[in-house]
Design a protein around this ligand. Structure first.
Ligand code: PMP
Length: 292
């Protein structure tokens, strides 16, 4: 059965959900997006995702043609029309149709679409065994050039990192900033556990402020774990007790080997397991209801 897609105010079958070849989202990666999840008939952290979307667009002077309330309703209605209570949602706003030049001023109206698909869960063994990462040569974008805080459609920086991980035969990459401090993975934020404290790089290092990152910090504080946002290097990663990644699709994923060095015991750690458990509890109760 074909999916129903929200596109510019209409709900259409996927075959009819088409955008112009002159759309600057396609021609230049000019646009913004969100990856969101629904769990248990609720859209997890929907407000946080929508705020980030509108802030990213604002920085790009990309005017979203509908209000944040209308956008929330579009997300919920897309889920309803596809009869989904657990899903992965992709919300995209592109610069819209223009000419072949760069000028966003020649694109009169942004294109908005929302896709809701049933979620492909990561295999349990990934959580049980943990994954391996390498540090890649591609540095995370300089904030002054292409700010990683903006979740734009321009993902080549991250794709370069992913290519390097693929070539190294591992599933994820650690990206450093221009000064050599650890920023994040190619599509996830990074956390360390050292002597019972949770450590993650601050936003100014140059990274996406992940919704999952913020939720995990809240969950940790609620458990009485000290959370520190501070700069660190690869040395700190190698010598951490635990390391894990966070992201909407991955939730929390343990990392047990970096650049050939085992992290801690070389197995997913206790703090990881306890935060994953509490995070999954939170996903069951947070966010607006889809079907009343
Ligand atoms: N960093 C990058 C570069 C990302 O693309 C993402 C989202 N896939 C994340 C971090 C995690 O963000 P969130 O928890 O909001 O999904």
């Amino acid at each position: 059965m074909s999916m129903i897609i929200y596109l510019d105010g209409k709900y259409v079958p996927e075959e009819q959900a088409v955008v112009s070849v002159f759309d600057h989202g396609l021609l230049y990666g000019d646009g913004v997006f969100e990856g969101i999840r629904a769990y248990n008939n609720r859209v997890f952290k929907l407000t946080e995702h929508l705020e980030r979307l509108y802030e990213s667009a604002h920085t790009l002077t990309l005017e979203i043609p509908i209000s944040i309330e209308e956008m929330q309703e579009a997300v919920l209605e897309t889920l309803r029309r596809n009869n989904l209570r657990d899903a992965y949602i992709r919300l995209v706003v592109t610069r819209g149709k223009g000419d072949l030049g760069l000028d966003p001023g020649k694109c009169p109206r942004a294109t908005v679409f929302c896709i809701a698909a049933s979620i492909q869960l990561y295999p349990d063994e990934l959580y049980e065994q943990g994954l391996e990462m390498v540090t890649v040569a591609t540095r995370r974008n300089l904030a002054e050039a292409c700010n990683p805080r903006v979740k734009s459609l321009n993902y080549l920086n991250n794709i370069y990192a992913k290519i390097e991980a693929n070539l190294a035969g591992v599933p994820e990459a650690i990206m450093l900033n221009q000064e050599g401090y650890v920023a994040e993975a190619s599509g996830d934020n990074l956390f360390l556990v050292k002597k019972g404290r949770l450590i993650t790089p601050p936003i100014h290092v140059g990274l996406l402020e992940g919704v999952t990152r913020n939720a995990v910090m809240d969950v940790a504080r609620d458990k009485g774990i000290v959370v520190e946002e501070k700069v660190f290097t690869r040395h700190d990663v190698y010598n951490a007790d635990e390391c894990f990644l966070t992201g909407t699709a991955a939730e929390l994923i343990p990392c047990v080997r970096v650049d050939g060095r085992p992290i801690g015991t070389g197995k997913p750690g206790e703090v990881f397991w306890s935060l994953l458990k509490d995070f999954r509890e939170l996903t069951k109760v947070d966010g607006p209801v889809i079907f009343e």
